[in-house]
Design a protein around this ligand. Sequence first.
Ligand SMILES: *Cc1c(COP(=O)(O)O)cnc(C)c1O
Length: 359
Amino acid sequence: MTRRFNFGAGPAAMPEVVLEEVQQELLDWNGMGLSVMEISHRSPEFIEIAKQAESDFRDLLDITDNYAVLFLHGGATLQNAMIPLNLSPEGGTADYVNTGHWAKRSISEAKKYTDVKIAASSEDKNFTYFPKQSSWSLSKNTAYVHITPNETIGGLRFKDIEDSEVPVVADYSSGILSEVIDVSKFSLIYGGAQKNIGPAGLGFAIIKRELLGKAQSITPTMLNYSEMHEGESMYNTPPTFGWYVAGKIFKWLKSMGGVSEMEKINNKKAKKLYSFIDQSDFYENKINKEDRSIMNIPFQLNNEDLNSKFLEESRNSGLLALKGHRSVGGMRASIYNAMPEEGVDALVDFMETFEKERS
Ligand SMILES: *Cc1c(COP(=O)(O)O)cnc(C)c1O
């Protein structure tokens, strides 16, 4: 068996040791003689898995008790509807910062349930920068301001959020657990699991308890954060397998030294790739340097006719899923927590050779 380096944006690479553990336990979990997929979510055994996962997630992000932590169905996208339904009153207003593909998705969904105002946008420069917090123009009666601190497709990142009088809601799907964040600066942090947490099908929400219990009356039960919280994320049958694997990822992250250690490794990996791209005339990354993502690194070849050759040869070298999103073109390397530094080294070596062979 040869494991390859998966640079896909999601579902993304998972730590090999976690996959091995899952494999070992698959037929006989914890000596019970059955798979963890076959046990009741109401059993004491599964409740223990769920509790432990929450507790490790809280440790990793230093989440205080005034926040509820939820594990939900529906990835990040379902929460694009949940957020206005739960946080904005009927007839209310919500502000959004438009930074590209995923922000736009959040905006178009929110428009169905609240009056959306655009507080800032980087569309004027094709989403190559993140609008400074000081430039956000917040509405007087806004329920919250929504941001996408890591734009997975564009390769943009927002860092160092400052205190805000307006509740800040962040789609952290692709940035969560990749660097230290100050949870207390946010009112709601949410996302899908399949980038840095676990298998697809699971979503997470870290929500300030004071925001619970204010949903619009039309809110479906399954989309109601308060009801999900009261039911301990088990109002109905939760995605148990995803939750179990997420718990293993959290343990793995702790064994790696936690988020601050991951941040160091991630910065090192990203720096290697960006430095290589920047010194080359053959490759280019168009994002404003201080706003560059450390998780998703899009890059273009100066000769677009070579794109399919690049993809074919990289695939043959064991470097998978480097094709950029169609809206950006070119390539994209997603280098989440589970991408080892050797993967980035292999990519840089490949890019160097590919360039040399054509100059
Ligand atoms: C992947 C991604 C999404 C979509 O996630 P789903 O779980 O597929 O709904 C939304 N926002 C961001 C920033 C993403 O990276």
